[in-house]
Design a protein around this ligand. Sequence first.
Ligand SMILES: O=C(O)CCC(=O)C(=O)O
Length: 338
Amino acid sequence: MKQNRFGTVSAEDAAAFDRDGVVCLRNVLTPDEIEHLRTAVRKQMDQLGVSATGYDFEALARQVWDTSKPVETGGANRFDMQAMKELVLSDADSRPLLEEGEASEDGLFFYDVAAWKRDTGLREVAFDSILPSIAAELLGANYVNFWEDTTFVKAPHTRQKTAFHQDLAYFQIEGEQCVIVWIPLDPANSENGTMQYVRGSHKWNETYAPNVFVSQTPIASSPEKRCPDIEAYPHKYDIVSFDVQPGDVIIHHVMTVHGAGGNPSDHWRRAVSFRYCGDKIRYRDRMGAIQQVGVTHKLRDGDRLFASDYPMVWPKPWPGLLLADLYQQPETMTGSGD
Ligand SMILES: O=C(O)CCC(=O)C(=O)O
C-alpha cells in the first residue's frame, strides 16, 4: 500500500492502518465542519417517526424481544422489521445485546442514511474536507468515490449495543479498497459507547454476513457465514477502542470486524460514518447487501462506480472547486428537506 503521498497521513498512522485495520487520527476536522455534521444529524432526528429511513434501534429491539407486540416503526419503511423480528426470534443463537442495568425509556439508538443527498453542510465535509485525501492515502487509491453516509446516535441511557459485524457484505461492492470513517460529534469513550475494533481482523481472509445490528442474527439472504460471537468471548480477541473528541476520526478497513457498547452514561454519543471506495472497487449486486435508498444508477456487476450516486470526491478537477455545490440533488424519498 502506498503511503504518505500527499502528507495527510503520517507514515506511522498509515502503517497502523495496514497492520491493525483501524487507525485513530486526531484533530482532522474543524469546529465548523463538526457543526455542519451536528446540524445535519439534528435535521435527520427531527424527522424520526416521519422519515422513511430513520429508525430507533433501541425501541425496535424492545419490540423484537417482546413477543406480545408487533413492530411499529412509524414512517420508516426501508426495512421489513416484522420479518426481521421473526428472523431474530427463529435464530437459536440470538439474544438481546444490552448493557447491564435498568431498562430505560430514555434510550434511543438512532440510525439514518444518505443525508448527503439533501444536506449541503454534510456534503461539504464528506466531499470537500481533508477526508477524501486521507482515504486516498490510506487506500493507495488513484481516485475515490463516496459511497454513503450513515448516522449512528446513542442517547444517554441507551442499552442497545451495536452487534459486532464486518461492513463489506452490507455494500453492493466487490473488492476491499474501501474505508469507513467514523466521526464522533460528542466526546466518546468506553462510558458512552465508543467504537470497538478487532485488531487485525481485516486480514482474517473471511467475509461475514451482515447482521441485523440489534442481534448477531445474519440477514437470511446472505450466503456468507455468521460473524464470530465476539460479545460472548471478548477476551479471545484483540479489541481496541479509542477515547475521542469531536475533530478526531477513526478509520477502519472494510474487512475489520467492529461493534460498540450501549450508552449507559448521561452523555450523548452522536456520530456519522462516511464510506469511501478506491478505484479498484467494482459494483456488485451482492445477495444480502442492504439496498441503498434513492439510487438511480444502472450499474452492472463489475462496473466501476461511475455514477452520480457515487460522487468522485478525489482528486478534484481543480483546487478550490467545491464539490458539495456540484452535487446539489433534487429532493429524494429519503426524508427531511434542507
Ligand atoms: O456507531 C455505531 O454504533 C456503529 C458504527 C458502525 O458500525 C460503522 O460506522 O460502520
